[in-house]
Design a protein around this ligand. Sequence first.
Ligand SMILES: Nc1ncnc2c1ncn2[C@@H]1O[C@H](COP(=O)(O)OP(=O)(O)OP(=O)(O)O)[C@@H](O)[C@H]1O
Ligand SMILES: [Mg+2]
Length: 253
Amino acid sequence: MGNSILRTDKLCKSFSSSGVQQHVLKNLDLEIQAGDFTVIMGSSGSGKSTLLYTLSGMDKPTMGDIYFGERSLSGLSNDQLAVFRRQHCGFVFQQIHLLDNMSVLDNVLAGGLLVSKNKRSVAAEARKLLAQVGLPATAWGKFPSQISGGEAQRAAIARALINRPQIVFADEPTGALNSATSTLVLDVLTEVHQSGQSLIMVTHDIKSALRGNRVIYLCDGIICGDLRLEPYATDELTARNEKLKAFLSEMGW
Ligand SMILES: Nc1ncnc2c1ncn2[C@@H]1O[C@H](COP(=O)(O)OP(=O)(O)OP(=O)(O)O)[C@@H](O)[C@H]1O
Ligand SMILES: [Mg+2]
């Protein structure tokens, strides 16, 4: 068992709309190990995205706390939380949020220049990452509207990695992609895991979940299942698939 990188202590998140309180996360205790590729599954509305956004400091808990290492996030101001996210977290979303009026390369650079003033080293890192996610150099100068959805998602992953985040958060990163393109994006995320970074990914998709080494299942705001898998390797996919399917069927998926 590795070191804990994120830990929640009785995490609660509620929303109120039209005077009605909805308790979405209920006293959730969860420990995420550094270097794990943690997958969050569960039915629609079970609180997966809410958990991801509160874990990453994008949204604040209603009660309870989150610890990044020894540091409590509840003690941080909004500005401090923004700095925490920029320095330690990378984000990949289902809807790809690249800025339309900037080239692919500039999109990746922009995130890096928020943290480092050394333009030359940020540019070198951005090029390295774009190559690493498999984007041909001919695409780097294009605008997001001029590349495919899969290429855009790979560019978005390069942007998420520019500040060498300790944790990458991904919310259905292949949700808007076709199967072949999903595989390319999942291969990139698997490489990120293999390079030692921690990932937390929400997905509805078994093929995506197979890439993780831990699968947490949320039922109505509580954790009702927690499965460990060996780190992803292509030589034991059948057994891995069976194990995950058995777990999900037990969860009523
Ligand atoms: N900002 C918000 N204001 C009010 N209610 C919200 C808000 N965000 C989420 N909710 C509610 O919290 C519940 C859980 O939402 P969440 O987005 O976490 O679900 P999910 O598990 O990610 O679902 P899906 O698989 O459909 O993406 C839903 O009932 C949703 O309507
Ligand atoms: Mg969601």
